[in-house]
Design a protein around this ligand. Structure first.
Ligand code: UDX
Length: 435
């Protein structure tokens, strides 16, 4: 099928590349000329495992094209996906100006029947607004609007798209639904077709539920610390219940990234606007914030004064396997430690170039390995659970450090093993500080 994707960010680019990979003829539109030029060379502007290869192969095969010209894009596709950013407003609501702009831009370019699919994460009832806008700017245009939420995770975006748990789309038109089913035929996954409003809600409700699971286990981790229990064992024990499941019960510094913080805030705002406040989610946010402050408090308890303390931070991206530092808890942690006068030397396998662009980037030292970061440090903090941090030579690291204290903000390491290596180890929810 001929498909168009407007917006070549994480979702748009990965979706376009994977659609091309299964044989569709895809045209991606982006208004950033430099980005389009990069993509046309088969290079991608982000680190996402497996994506560059798929982009390069499909560009070479002629199934994946890039353009900055929206009318050209709309003319190409029978189905036009909108995958533009939906950033948060300061009050937590979603800024829909890019969605509205795309609706205005594509309207006059619709010369024959098109399905306009919203893939960006949007508040419930946005589909109705998109349809109204297109009608206002092109009263004669023949089209249907569909909502098709995307559930991919950064770091495993290609796999999530090629082998999804489920495909959800919301449509109020049989003609549009038939085309959507055809697009997804090559992807073997359960399909759920709903009305548009329900599909939009599914995305916010799913992300909020996952964040709720994380905050739940983080709240339990605080109780574990106060009662000398081990949150890893508690998570294992409750996760063995199939109704609960072990996934997303990893206690740590809390959730970050470009989706959860934004989507939970948005869902809270939407529910307030609808007159049915979702107070439970406010608690989820509160626990998430507390998780970082509790961690910093533990660091203070151990190191006493943070001013002039040389601290190594391992991991800066918001999770492993990505270079994305947007709303990264690791970055927030570094900012807070810097504000208290600590001297931070940090290392991340992929995110260092991104950190250089941040304000905090000029206030810290970036090292080129975990060992180099640890040299002369009074403590190492594991802030993001990159697997390579579990494989360093800890005896060598201990030798390099001024004092062998390790704060594991993601419970990546085994406390017993770390003690064998001579470390004073502090995890999350793994017993009390005073042993
Ligand atoms: C998330 C959703 O998983 C995905 O379905 C949606 O499409 C977009 O938002 P993403 O933000 O890429 O994906 O990453 P995810 O793996 O969900 O992690 C989000 C945050 O939660 C990270 O900061 C991660 O460290 C944290 N997390 C995750 C935990 O703290 N504990 C866990 O058990 C799982």
């Amino acid at each position: 099928m001929k498909l168009t994707i407007i917006g070549s960010g994480y979702v748009g680019l990965t979706t376009g590349a994977c659609f091309a990979e299964v044989g569709h003829e895809v045209m991606c539109v982006d208004n950033d000329e430099a980005k389009v030029a990069t993509l046309l060379h088969g290079e991608i502007p982000i680190y996402e495992p497996g994506l560059e290869e798929i982009v390069r192969n499909n560009v070479a095969a002629g199934r994946l094209q890039f353009t900055t010209d929206t009318p050209e894009g709309v003319a190409h596709g029978d189905v036009v996906f909108i995958a533009v950013p939906t950033p948060p407003n300061p009050d937590g609501s979603v800024d829909l100006k890019f969605i509205e702009k795309v609706a205005r831009e594509i309207a006059p370019a619709i010369k024959e029947y098109k399905v306009v699919v919203d893939k960006s994460t949007v508040p419930v009832k946005t589909g109705e607004k998109v349809a109204e806008t297109i009608k206002r700017y092109a009263p004669e245009a023949e089209f249907d609007v569909v909502s098709n939420p995307e559930f991919l995770r950064e770091g495993s975006a290609v796999e999530d798209l090629m082998k999804p748990d489920r495909i959800v789309f919301g449509s109020n038109s049989d003609r549009a639904s038939a085309l959507m089913k055809k697009i997804y035929e090559p992807f073997v996954a359960p399909l759920l077709v709903t009305d548009i409003n329900s599909a939009e809600l599914i995305k916010h409700a799913a992300n909020s539920f996952l964040a709720l699971k994380i905050s739940y286990i983080n709240a339990v981790s605080a109780i574990c610390e106060a009662s000398d229990a081990d949150v890893e064992l508690v998570a294992e024990g409750i996760g063995m219940d199939k109704r609960i499941g072990r996934d997303f019960l990893n206690a740590g510094l809390g959730y970050g990234g470009s989706c959860f913080p934004k989507d939970i805030a948005a869902f809270i705002t939407i529910s307030d606007q609808l007159g049915v406040p979702f107070d439970l989610l406010k608690e989820v946010e509160k626990i998430n914030r507390q998780q970082l402050s509790r961690f910093i408090e533990r660091i203070r308890q151990k190191l006493w004064v943070l001013e002039e303390k040389k601290i190594a931070v391992w991991g800066l991206s918001f999770k492993p396997d990505t270079d994305d530092v947007r709303c990264s808890v690791a970055i927030e942690l570094v900012e807070k430690l810097v504000a208290e006068g600590a001297e931070i030397t940090a290392y991340d396998p992929k995110a260092m170039d991104r950190v250089k662009d941040l304000e905090v980037g000029s206030k810290i030292t970036l090292a080129n390995s975990p060992e180099a970061a640890a040299k002369g440090a009074e403590a190492v903090i594991v802030a993001t659970e990159w697997p390579e941090f579990a494989n360093v030579d800890f005896n060598a690291v201990r030798e390099l450090m001024l004092s062998p204290i390790l704060f594991d903000g993601r419970n990546l390491l085994d406390p017993g093993t770390m003690e064998t290596h001579g470390f004073d180890y502090e995890g999350i929810g793994r017993g009390s500080l005073e042993e």
